[in-house]
Structure formats: structure tokens, C-alpha cells
Design a protein around this ligand. Structure first.
Ligand code: FAD
Ligand code: DHB
Length: 395
């Protein structure tokens, strides 16, 4: 077994791990990023698309905002559709100018991988058998295999950025974690289609047949989602069936409907709310999906991951700059405060916009009452806009 040292060992090259590596690099802090999938898999994985202003600013500040500035689509508002009518919410006007930017998570990851490679600092794909050890000591270490050789990486700190199914969170003794979880009785069928967006802004729609979301990736590509069963079989969804369902759920009485075109990607995502507390065990710090999952309706998952590593990098800068651990000690509490705000919002958006399949018509009618109230109240719309566009990263 070969043995080496680094300051921060980062498990996972998703948005959280890659952004942390870049933030540390800019502060002169060494890191090694270990990823068990291939570079192609990590960069091509289709996921989220909505960036809060704080995430956009962070990308620019760490030097990876060039393509995002050119190709990202700034949206000042969103639409809510129900009862056959669309209602525009002018988020920028309600929040004093805050907006969101549409830019695929795979593009974010692509830009961060390129930036990492330029730094020359280690980023290893396709490592196997990753495990973390001696987490409560001052020299925690990571073991893994790479190209047939076993390695041991001794660290000051390990950042668990390995997503919901990673190994870092399960390496914490169960007695030292409290888990909160809600699994929803539905999922999303998501597609990408070669079709010019017929709306300039996103449309979140509640229909009797369930939720639908109209989004986009570029002036040529639309991204659409349909509420479906959590274990829906994509093979049962022909392109024609998908478009028919989208037309039914999205078309509004003003004549608006989605543009259609060839579908080139389909996938089903289950939906859950999940939080692990605390986000720290000894010298292991969890960030992003490794610590928490939100249902995607509020578009918060990627943005929360960015907020976590921004906070963690600040704490590590203090640690290496002065030897003090004050911010490291605050990390979990502060990150969890933001996490729970996003949990509340994501749960609320999800409950308001999905049919839960219950058999009490009261619930369906109350859901409409909630939407009717929302679009008629500036106070309620301001609350939505404030949460949707996101608080500054420090908050
Ligand atoms: P991840 O992106 O999961 O990255 C973790 C990385 O760690 C991965 O590259 C993984 O391969 C790697 N890894 C795992 N185990 C190991 C190991 N043992 N060793 C080394 N590396 C490991 N959010 C939205 O806002 N809107 C959406 O539409 C949306 N859709 C989603 C669809 C899917 C299928 C999923 C899973 C998530 C979706 N999300 C969405 C959530 C959003 O994509 C995540 O919140 C975001 O990816 C979190 O980033 P992360 O870096 O914390 O985790
Ligand atoms: C997208 C994803 C979301 O979860 C969301 O709430 C809005 C848009 C998207 O992939 O474009």
C-alpha cells in the first residue's frame, strides 16, 4: 500500500466536492478529490438546472463564471399554472432585483472539472473501495484502490461530498447521528427535448392528473418533468405518451402549450426529504447531498450543496490561517439552519403542487385554495420569491 498526505481529502466530485476543491485551491490549501465514477459519467449526468444568484456569484468569484455568463439564461420570474390559467410571479420586482439563472448542473460540473485540471491538483476518477478511518483523530485517513494499487491518504480533515448514496455518512456511528426523513409517494419523469422553449420562463403546473414542470436548458432545448409513480418504468413512456401527458397538464386557456420535438434523454427520480444531524463527526465534515436531500420542486439541492462548501471553505481558511477551530465548530449548526429553511420551502412547494393520491377531495380543493391565495397576495408571493431566489450564501 502506498501512503501519501494532503490537507483536505475530498470524497466525491459532484458540485460540492469540485467547488470545495476550487475554493481551497484559491486559498492555497491542498486537497485530493476522489471520485468512484468516470469523468464522462460525472460530467454527463443530467440533474438540476436552476442556480440561485449566490451560486452564480460564487461561480464567477472562483473564476469559472465565463461560460455561465455567456450561456446561462437569467430569469426574473416564474409562472404558476392551475385551473387552466398561468400566473406570472415577478420575483425580481418582489425581492428588489433577485433572479435565478438556468444553467444545467452538468455544465456546472464540466466547468469545475476543467478548472480543477488547470490547477494541476489531484482529481482521481474511477477509484474503488473508498473508506474513511480514524475520524476522531487528528490524522483521519482515506483508503482506496486506483489502477489496481491500494492507497492510503492521510488528511487533516475529510470532506464527505459523496452524495446521498456515498460512504462517508454511513461511516459515522449510528448512535452519533440523528436522521430525519420523509419519502414522497411520487417521483418525477424528466426529459430533455430538441424543442425551442415556447415560454421565456419556467412554468410550475398543478393539474388534476398531477404536477408538470416546464423548464429549459438553452434556446434550442427544453427540459420537462411530469409527476409519476416513484418506481415508474420509463420503458412504458413512449415519446408520444409523454407529449400527450405534457400537453394535457401544461396547456392553458390562453392557448399556450409546449413546443414539441425529439426527446433525447428520459429518467425517473424518486423524491425525498432527508437531513442527517450533525453534519460533522470528529474531523469528517459532510456537505451537500451526503447530509441532506430536498425534493426538487424548490430547485434547492444544488444550491444548498454550494452554500455548504462555501461555509466549509471559510472555516478551513480560518483553521489553516490561525489554527483556530471556531468556524469549524460552527459549521454544522449554521449549515443546518440554512438546510432546514430549504427543507421547509421544498416540502411546501412539493405539497402545494403535487397530487398526493389520497382519496379525500378536501385535500385537492384546499390545494387550489392555497394557490388561489398565493397568487392574490403580495405578501405570500414575496415569501415564495424570497425563498425561491435564495438567501445570500453567508445566511
Ligand atoms: P452529488 O452530485 O450526488 O455528487 C456526489 C459525488 O460523489 C458523485 O459524483 C458520486 O459519483 C460520488 N461518490 C459517491 N460515492 C462515492 C464513493 N464511495 N467514493 C467516491 N465518490 C463517490 N436538484 C434540483 O434542484 N433539481 C433537480 O431537478 C434535481 N434532479 C436530480 C435528479 C437526480 C437523479 C438526483 C440524484 C438529484 C437531483 N437533484 C436535483 C439534486 C441535485 O442534483 C443535488 O442536490 C446535487 O447533485 C448535490 O451535489 P453533491 O455534490 O452534494 O452530490
Ligand atoms: C429544473 C429542476 C427543478 O428541480 C426545478 O424546480 C426547476 C427546474 C430544471 O432541471 O430545469
Amino acid at each position: 500500500m502506498t501512503s501519501s498526505r494532503t490537507q483536505v481529502g475530498i470524497v466525491g466530485a459532484g458540485p460540492a466536492g469540485l467547488m470545495l476543491g476550487q475554493l481551497l485551491h484559491l486559498q492555497g490549501i491542498d486537497s485530493v478529490i476522489l471520485e468512484n465514477r468516470s469523468r464522462h459519467h460525472v460530467v454527463e449526468r443530467v440533474r438540476a438546472g436552476v442556480l440561485e444568484q449566490g451560486t452564480v456569484d460564487l461561480m464567477r468569484e472562483v473564476g469559472v463564471g465565463g461560460r455561465l455568463a455567456r450561456e446561462g439564461l437569467r430569469h426574473d420570474g416564474i409562472h404558476l399554472a392551475f385551473n387552466g390559467a398561468r400566473h406570472r410571479i415577478d420575483m425580481a420586482e418582489l425581492t428588489g432585483g433577485r433572479a435565478i439563472t438556468i444553467y444545467g448542473q452538468n455544465e456546472v460540473v464540466h466547468d469545475l472539472v476543467e478548472a480543477r485540471l488547470e490547477t494541476g491538483r489531484p482529481l482521481h476518477f474511477e477509484v474503488e473501495g473508498v473508506s474513511v478511518h480514524d475520524l476522531e483523530s487528528r490524522a483521519p485517513h482515506i483508503r482506496f484502490q486506483r489502477e489496481g494499487t491500494s492507497h492510503e491518504l492521510i488528511c487533516d480533515v475529510i470532506a464527505g461530498c459523496d452524495g446521498f448514496h456515498g460512504i462517508c455518512r454511513p461511516s459515522i456511528p449510528a448512535s452519533r447521528l440523528r436522521l430525519y426523513e420523509r419519502v414522497y409517494p411520487f417521483g418525477w419523469l424528466g426529459i430533455l427535448a430538441e424543442a425551442a422553449p415556447s415560454s421565456d420562463e419556467l412554468v410550475y403546473s398543478l393539474h388534476d392528473r398531477g404536477f408538470a414542470l416546464y423548464s429549459m436548458r438553452s434556446p434550442q432545448v427544453t427540459r420537462l418533468y411530469l409527476q409519476c409513480a416513484p418506481d415508474e418504468d420509463v420503458a412504458q413512456w413512449s415519446d408520444e405518451r409523454i407529449w400527450a401527458e405534457l400537453r394535457t397538464r401544461l396547456a392553458t386557456a390562453d392557448g399556450w402549450r409546449p413546443n414539441e420535438g425529439p426527446i433525447f434523454q428520459k429518467g425517473v427520480t424518486g423524491m425525498r426529504s432527508f437531513v442527517a444531524e450533525p453534519m460533522r463527526f470528529g474531523r469528517l465534515f459532510l456537505a451537500g447531498d451526503a447530509a441532506h436531500i430536498v425534493p426538487p420542486t424548490g430547485a434547492k439541492g444544488l444550491n444548498l450543496a454550494m452554500a455548504d462548501v462555501y461555509r466549509l471553505s471559510g472555516a478551513l481558511a480560518e483553521f489553516y490561517g490561525s489554527g483556530r477551530e471556531r468556524l469549524l465548530d460552527c459549521y454544522s449548526g449554521r449549515a443546518l439552519a440554512r438546510t432546514w429553511r430549504a427543507q421547509r420551502f421544498s416540502w411546501w412547494m412539493t405539497s402545494m403542487l403535487h397530487r398526493s393520491g389520497g382519496d379525500n377531495p378536501f385535500d385537492d380543493r384546499r390545494q387550489l385554495a392555497e394557490l388561489e391565495y398565493l397568487v392574490s397576495s403580495r405578501a405570500a408571493l414575496t415569501s415564495l420569491a424570497e425563498s425561491y431566489t435564495g438567501a445570500p450564501l453567508e445566511a
